[in-house]
Ligand binder design. Structure first.
Ligand code: AMP
Length: 311
């Protein structure tokens, strides 16, 4: 089924303890659509400036990303500069230059309006709702957000959440949004704000999925080589939503496999800088790591004769 993403396409300058890459291809919608295109076609809505090389557009198009919703405006493309210390779970934003993104007004091409699966990447919640106003009858709407919107546009974000089925946040954002430290309590509170389901991303500790009274915990892949965490969240969402759109289903079993696949794709993203690892990633590699994930958390029933008599 059709999958739509609206978000940023960017040049990132990234510093990690393992190296520095200036002005590489990045952006939430770029990571999402590159990851989701491993499973099927993706419709992209974003804006770039006149400095954005045609080769990056061609890269996305060759992967089956529909770029008819990627508009080019006079000016410079959005730029983000970030640094990660040895605690690779936290990005420190050094610079954000919105450039043409400041005037971003997502207009969906007519052919996108019947999209069934929709991912609203981390953008102004007003714009997220304007996208939803243009989609006819989506099957599942998911969204991402960040601390900036939670504090500066809380009321608008709450309005968006009322129209969303699934929210992706990291643990700090979940706590901040709910005003609650305990993650389980925070999740329960967030589920009263609109979304039917919630994914809490916990970096190297994996992800938690909450829906109604159900909780599913997926571990992260124990990587021995991690170079650049940028895009982990968006490629997690891309793997997750790409798989959902591919199956066309949203039942509990599909959701669980989607969580694991999101983790699998994100684990590859962080092995190299920018989108470099995703460029070469194959379905065989995804399947092999998925099987490793299954082994990682598999354990047998308990032998009941282990208990002391009478206990
Ligand atoms: P993540 O998956 O959370 O690591 O997202 C990383 C991507 O988000 C980077 O490639 C950035 O270009 C992009 N990004 C960072 N800040 C913003 C922002 N304020 N609005 C939109 N995109 C952003």
């Amino acid at each position: 089924m059709s999958l739509l993403v609206v978000g940023s396409v960017a040049f990132d300058s990234v510093e990690t303890p393992f190296g520095h890459r200036p002005e590489v291809l990045g952006g939430s919608a770029t990571y999402f659509s590159t990851a989701a295109s491993l499973f099927g076609p993706v419709r992209l809505v974003a804006v770039v400036g006149d400095d954005f090389p045609e080769q990056h557009v061609a890269f996305l198009a060759e992967r089956g990303v529909d770029v008819s919703g990627l508009s080019r405006r006079p000016g410079r493309t959005f730029r983000w500069k970030g640094r990660y210390d040895f605690d690779l779970n936290n990005a420190h934003t050094l610079e954000t230059h919105l450039n043409v993104f400041a005037e971003f007004d997502p207009v969906l091409p007519e052919a996108y309006r019947d999209s069934k699966f929709v991912f609203l990447a981390n953008i102004d919640p007003d714009l997220q709702r304007s996208v939803l106003d243009q989609v006819k009858s989506p099957r599942l709407v998911a969204c991402d957000t960040m601390n900036f919107w939670i504090t500066s546009k809380r009321e608008s974000l709450l309005k968006t959440l009322k129209r969303v089925d699934l929210l992706f946040v990291n643990d700090a954002e979940a706590r901040q949004l709910a005003g609650e430290h305990n993650i389980v309590q925070a999740a329960r509170r967030i589920l009263t704000l609109g979304p039917r389901a919630l994914v809490v991303k916990r970096g190297e500790y994996g992800a938690l999925f909450f829906s109604g009274d159900q909780v599913f915990a997926a571990s992260a892949y124990p990587l021995s080589a991690l170079f650049d965490p940028t895009g982990a969240g968006d490629s997690f969402a891309g793997g997750f939503m790409g798989y959902l759109a591919r199956t066309g289903k949203v039942d509990a079993g599909v959701m669980r496999r989607a969580i694991v696949l999101g983790g699998v794709v994100a684990s590859f993203t962080v092995e190299q800088f920018s989108l470099d690892r995703l460029r070469t990633l194959t379905s065989a590699e995804i399947q092999a790591r998925y099987a490793e994930f299954q082994q990682l958390s598999r354990f047998d029933d308990l032998e009941l004769d282990l208990f002391a008599p009478g206990r």
